[in-house]
Design a protein. Sequence first.
Length: 145
Amino acid sequence: MRWLAISRTTVLVLITVQAGAAQAAGDATRGADIFRQNCAMCHSPEPGQNLVGPSLFSVVGRAAASIASFSYSSAMKSSGIVWTADQLKAYLKAPRKYVPGVKMMFPGLTDEQDRENVVAFLATLRNAAGGGADATTQAKASRSD
Ligand code: HEC
């Protein structure tokens, strides 16, 4: 039975490490509420669904203005941003100051913890295999226009 005790300890260590990482990156469950209250009227979390704003499926890690079926402002197209967690937090603090001329009519999230949490939620919007961003890129590459 000794092996059982060892494997239990291992599992506990893994859980502790994961909980630590989740905390540092914000609380995705709270982030989902913030998303519903502040973003969902303009953004869908589903792939390929654009509303007033582009789908935010697999937004973390993708280049700004890379959804081919969405008509972005020239400000967003020429921003050169790649949506890392840090870039998202900076943008969401004051979108129209961070990227002047952007057509996202949202004043920003003033609370730093809210920004952490909503970005943690955005990071969950991807395929289980983590292939969301790739799928977007491939779809874009295969379009002829
Ligand atoms: C009033 C509508 C509206 C609200 C509310 C809104 N957005 Fe947007 N968002 C837009 C529009 C429109 C764009 C496209 C901007 C452009 O092209 O200039 C955009 C762009 C973005 C982008 C860049 C996407 C890309 O593909 O490059 C991100 C990220 C984003 N929004 C996140 C959020 C988050 C997170 C929230 C909530 C905290 C939010 N937005 C709230 C309308 C909105």
